[in-house]
Design a protein around this ligand. Structure first.
Ligand code: FAD
Ligand code: NAP
Length: 651
């Protein structure tokens, strides 16, 4: 073994010397032995063969295998490593013999360490193997020692993992808003949790860090770019407030994206730290089922590992959809690419007319770009259409062009570059064909659930074949009892970050914390961050009519003019407030809609009130805060039915 291998207090050189440790088999049936759980580990096992396949077995691998099988307890360690010393001391205290391989003392220590990492994917030493099984981390070792389970483990003659013994309590596939929230919550209850997160690069090669859509390519960069555009408007307003600014103020795309990406980088890091602090194991691998209780994780380099768990949570989210027309994947970008685009997109065509399309079109225009939105049918399907129309009008007044009832049929590259030049051929519903040149085409035509390539057929999880979405019961449980799903992959639920987070947290509390509280998907507030923000909670007017009948609802509404906009004299009577009440239920508020600056801030508070059963009378008896936009909701008096004037004259 050489002088570089440190021997433990009781040195084991061969199997015969540990016979005394092999006691009774009954110990392995002791349920206590299941926690913390251990992973059968053997180089060259069937499970490991996929990554081995590429390289064949190197001499370093063989050496590692020899070490692992050389003794019942093998510790890969370094002499100066604090945790390694602690672990070795633990074994000494327990009087458990071990074989320590001190990597820093071995000539080939570095290559052994690298290979060991590939085997174990453990970034930190020590790596402890007991009967060729990897004990995942330092805390497990301490726990096993404390509970006296090492002795039992060593007493066991049965080396095969028992049925129903899993390495993890919960494996979460997808480290986005929902997955991270659920995993951290489950770990708080002492559960052993693994999160797999992997970003498949966009067709243009864009990729990002831990945290999922919201933080990397969704809410966060979107809201920050919206803010960049609002600052542009504020600059214009500031002249009337006495600020003397140069005429040709320019926006710099590179500075904006760099600042935003730097911030996102810090968030990625914080997520990793927070997983570590919460003792959740994170692996940057693509997860797919290979057995009902077993998944395969494939990392960037194609290395494969396998894990088992008692339960699984699918939180894989969605990715942007493509049109399926010539040139779309080659030349178009999506929201996955936009927020880190290394050049200003220039004249841009946005295809689609929902959240993503209108928000992106809004801030791009606000940054001074020439922007056209191609709308297949209506704006903001599913939202109150009166408000959707008002958003469109406001955007049009602020320079956004709309091509209504058109769809693209072909995208061709005229000139490569950053940005280049693209020719877009489109067709209207009446058959008219047009072509136009743009620098950038942004597809925002919806998103597809990431459920079709994760082996769901193996455990038999049902998906909606058409949409790829996963139906669940009101406890986020799929048709396979030990597999759950949350977030954007769910069928018929809102695709919003706070919804995914709430569902994930509550699920973990129900599974592990004796809670019975379910995620409430009703009256979820939301905001569309168009230049004039739109906040909504509850029913649209159309849906309220469908649900209660037109005669049974009362709609109160008013335009208003934010005080801050009066001095620069812009957008008078463009902001709008609408409250829909159920007459038969004491005028309970069933729909809340506001078009205003900071509409999200306004809507959040009213959402809490609506959850408490807010009525029109209670709104009227609430004293307003002056002078703010939200005070309009304390003085709404004109009903739509009356046809009375809703223009605001003054304060
Ligand atoms: P995600 O956050 O998408 O996380 C899923 C993770 O799983 C991803 O990291 C993915 O790469 C990973 N993954 C997928 N497959 C695998 C696999 N097989 N193995 C391992 N990992 C895998 N919501 C709001 O509330 N407010 C907003 O302002 C808002 N703005 C948005 C703007 C844009 C442009 C977009 C696109 C979305 C926006 N959303 C917004 C929606 C919000 O981002 C999502 O609802 C939310 O991120 C969903 O969380 P999730 O956990 O379900 O999925
Ligand atoms: P979406 O809501 O599914 O809307 C897709 C849009 O693309 C619709 O306008 C649709 O038009 C259009 N479209 C679809 N196929 C088309 C085609 N072949 N050609 C032309 N147009 C086409 O998708 P999304 O905007 O990507 O949003 C996805 C989800 O993300 C939303 O449901 C939302 O929950 C979430 N999100 C939230 C926020 C926020 O909270 N502020 C922001 C962004 C996204 P039709 O109406 O004609 O079908």
């Amino acid at each position: 073994m050489g002088n570089s291998v440190r021997k433990g207090k009781v040195v084991i050189a061969n199997e015969s010397q540990v016979k005394s440790l092999h006691l009774n088999k009954a110990a392995t049936r002791d349920p206590d032995l299941r926690k913390p759980e251990i992973r059968p580990y053997k180089v060259g096992d069937k499970e490991e063969s996929e990554w081995g396949k590429n390289n064949g077995k190197s001499s370093v691998e063989t050496k590692i295998q020899q070490y692992i099988s050389s003794s019942e307890v093998v510790i890969f360690s370094k002499t100066m490593c604090e945790n390694c010393s602690k672990v070795k001391d633990h074994f000494d205290e327990l009087d458990i013999p071990y074989f320590a391989v001190e990597l820093d003392l071995l000539n080939n220590g570095q290559s052994l360490e690298k290979e060991l990492y590939i085997y174990t994917m453990e970034t930190a030493l020590p790596n402890v193997f007991v009967k060729e099984k990897l004990i995942e981390d330092y805390t497990d070792i301490v726990q096993l020692s404390k509970d006296g389970l090492f002795q039992k483990l060593l007493e066991s003659k049965d080396d095969k993992p028992r049925e129903n013994t899993y390495e993890y309590d919960l494996i979460v596939i997808g480290g986005g808003s929902g997955g991270l929230a659920a995993s951290k919550e489950a770990a708080k209850y002492g559960k052993k949790v693994l999160v797999l997160d992997y970003v498949t690069p966009s067709p243009l090669g864009t990729t990002w860090g831990l945290g999922g859509t919201c933080v990397n390519v969704g809410c966060i960069p979107k809201k920050l770019m919206h803010q960049a555009a609002l600052l542009g408007q504020a600059l214009k307003d500031s002249i009337k407030y006495g600020w003397q600014i140069e005429d040709n103020v320019q926006h710099n795309w590179d500075i904006m994206t760099e600042s935003i990406q730097n911030y996102i980088g810090s968030l990625n890091w914080n997520y990793r730290v927070s997983l570590m602090e919460n003792k959740v194991k994170y692996e940057n691998g693509y997860g797919e089922f290979v057995e009902p209780h077993k998944i395969k994780s494939t990392n960037k380099k194609g290395k494969v590992k396998f894990y088992t768990a008692e339960r699984f949570l699918i939180a894989t989210g969605e990715r942007p959809r493509y049109l399926g027309i010539p040139g779309d994947k080659e030349y178009c970008i999506t929201s996955d690419d936009l927020f880190s685009l290394p050049y200003c997109p220039g004249k841009t065509l946005v295809i689609g007319a929902s959240y993503v399309a209108l928000e992106c079109a809004g801030f791009l225009a606000g940054l001074g770009l020439d922007v056209t939105v191609m709308v297949r049918s209506i704006l903001l399907r599913g939202f109150d259409q009166q408000l959707a129309e008002k958003i469109g009008e406001h955007m049009e007044e602020h320079g956004v062009k709309f091509l209504k009832h058109f769809v693209p049929t072909k995208i061709e590259q005229i000139e490569a570059g950053t940005p280049g030049k693209l020719k877009v051929t489109s067709q209207s519903t009446d058959g008219t064909k047009i072509t136009e040149e743009y620098n950038t085409v942004l597809l925002a035509i919806g998103r597809d659930a990431c459920t079709r390539t994760i082996g769901l057929h193996i455990p038999g999880v049902k998906i909606n074949e058409k949409t790829g979405k996963i139906p669940v019961n009101d406890e986020e449980q799929t048709n396979v009892p030990h597999i759950y799903a949350i977030g954007d992959v769910l069928e018929g639920k809102l695709e919003l970050t706070p919804v995914a987070i709430q569902a994930g947290r509550f699920l973990a509390r129900r599974l592990y914390g004796n809670s019975t509280v379910k995620c409430d998907y009703i009256n979820v507030p939301t905001t569309v961050f168009t230049p004039l923000e739109y906040g909504a909670c509850g029913l649209s007017e159309e849906n309220a009519i469908l649900k209660y009948g037109e005669e049974n609802i009362e709609v109160y509404h008013s335009y208003f003019w934010p005080l801050e906009w009066t001095v620069p004299a812009r957008d008078n009577n463009k902001c709008y407030a609408k409250v829909i009440c159920n007459i038969k239920d004491n005028e309970k508020v069933v729909g809340f809609h506001v078009l205003a600056p900071n509409a999200g801030e306004i809507t959040q508070g009213f959402a809490a009130a609506i959850k408490c059963g807010l009525t029109k009378e209670q709104m009227d008896s609430t004293i307003g805060i002056h002078p703010v936009c939200a005070e309009i909701f304390t003085t709404l008096s004109v009903t739509k039915r009356s046809g009375g004037s809703i223009m605001q004259a003054g304060c």
